[in-house]
Design a protein around this ligand. Sequence first.
Ligand code: SF4
Ligand code: SF4
Length: 249
Amino acid sequence: MTSSARLTTSGPHAAVTAPVRRGYERYARQAGQWLQGYQARGGKVYCGAGCFACCNMPIRVSLAEALITADALDPAKARAVENHARAALANARTARNDEEYVRRHRDEVGFCPLLDRETGACSEYDARPTRCRDTFSAFPARYCASGTWEQMSRREQDAYRREVARTPGTDGELHFIAPLEHLSEPVWVAAAKAMRSTWGMEVWGDFWVLTTLARDTTFMARVSAGDARGAWRAAHSRGLAHRDLLELS
Ligand code: SF4
Ligand code: SF4
């Protein structure tokens, strides 16, 4: 365990991170049990070590989760995360709509800097956020990759829809495994409740922006004081404020 990891286990932010850590543990147990049953019934899961086509998707987190990731980072990784956050912000400032934002995030902002490109593994697996924990695919990774849908013919898209509709565990529209996303809802609820009761406010937003701000002492002091305006000003002074990527309420 690093010294910074001890900070969120017993330090000033433990009140918001401890319930999330407990939620992660509960989720791992429940998801493992669910997966066992699913696979025993013949269900297929294509996720595994070295599979990373989903690691260029935008990710929304709570600040409670971002604190856990931030604590695990060494200075080099923290700089890489900040660079990624700034690229995500530049994209958000110029994208004309959500569709363009997501497409450019995946194709131009690119893969998460915490991805080890040599092994395809997450270099901060134990500190990854909820969205990275609850994304599982019932189809091969090529269907998760950016651009696959756009490159499919109308016929292939119709075949995909039919296949998804008859695959147990999906929501009938996409190939991701829906019950494993539903099982993670208590983690989101625990984060919201802990932030509200500790800070009197909630902070949500882009994974890399919040992970960068979680290491900013001025920003965290304003959040800890329940001062949303002061927190926004602190983020703004670092060039890290954007209403879609930083939500203070
Ligand atoms: S969601 Fe898709 S890309 Fe991500 S690990 Fe699973 S199969 Fe691979
Ligand atoms: S935190 Fe890990 S699992 Fe999540 S996007 Fe980054 S590299 Fe992938």
